[in-house]
Write a protein that binds this ligand. Structure first.
Ligand code: 15L
Length: 262
């Protein structure tokens, strides 16, 4: 039977690409955003609204198989905004997922571990080292996912997404790039996997220089793209944010407001 998928942030960077990749109608899509979503196809329904509204969330998730949660603040903005959209809205969503037993595929970020130095090999069990308040908000999100699995059995896959770009365009992307086809494959594996429980997945392509080691892969994610194919063009292009952005995984997020002396 065709699965019903809720896609939040459907007008955003990743959401609009997934929507396009699924334009063949492989899923029944409930599209959510606070921004306009344009014309709808036969397999789509529109749900414009604010995820901080518990009743709206409950209605949105009722009867769905999974929610692909791409909505939220995607950069290092003020704490108040992060609390509203990356914490309160997420909690409402998880409460609805609990009520209606819906799997959550959560857009976490590499910025939850952005203060590791680039060359440090880490797996998904490494201690978090956020590089910004935005990174902290993603750690909250992963903690909410863990809480709702441990206490309520809500299945969650937290995607520590690297750099989702059509093509890599700076040195850091040799490690962090996530191609559009790999993101599609990753998301579909999250939707289709049997009993994933709680899992953190690195959302990154098969980049030769990447240092994130996925120890457990219960969903069967096998990326195909490799940023190394672009190395001739981008290895000489400095990472935005200066020398500290070259040192730490989180790039410019890690370098911003850095004041440590030793
Ligand atoms: C993210 O989490 C951001 O949402 C995105 O805009 C990029 O900055 C990305 O990480 C990245 O690290 O390249």
């Amino acid at each position: 039977m065709m699965k019903t998928i809720v896609l939040t942030g459907a007008a955003g960077n990743i959401g609009k690409v997934l929507r396009e990749q699924w334009s063949d109608g492989r899923y029944q899509l409930r599209l959510n955003d606070i921004k306009p979503l344009g014309e709808i196809a036969a397999h789509e329904t529109l749900h414009v609204g604010d995820l901080r509204d518990a009743d709206f969330c409950a209605e949105l998730l009722k009867g769905a198989d999974a929610v692909v949660h791409m909505a939220g603040i995607g950069t290092d903005l003020e704490l108040d905004l992060l609390i509203e959209h990356n914490l309160k809205a997420l909690l409402c969503l998880y409460q609805a997922a609990r009520t209606h037993a819906v799997r959550v595929i959560y857009a976490s970020s590499n910025h939850a571990i952005g203060m590791y130095e680039c060359k440090t090999e880490i797996d998904e069990h490494a201690a978090v080292r956020p590089d910004s308040l935005y990174g902290v908000s993603k750690v909250w999100g992963e903690a909410i996912a863990r809480l709702y699995f441990d206490k309520h059995g809500v299945e969650s896959i937290c995607l520590r997404i690297g750099s989702f770009e059509v093509e890599p365009f700076e040195r850091r992307h040799l490690q962090t790039w996530l191609s559009h086809p790999d993101m599609q494959h990753l998301t579909e594996r999250c939707i289709e996997a049997h009993n994933p429980g709680f899992q953190i997945m690195y959302g990154v392509s098969a980049n030769t220089r990447n240092c994130w080691r996925q120890r457990d892969n219960p969903i069967g994610y096998h990326p195909q793209s490799n940023a190394e194919d672009f190395a001739d063009r981008i290895a000489g292009i400095p990472t935005r944010g200066g020398p500290l952005a070259e040192l730490f995984l989180g790039g410019g997020f890690a370098a911003s407001d850095y004041s440590r002396k030793t």
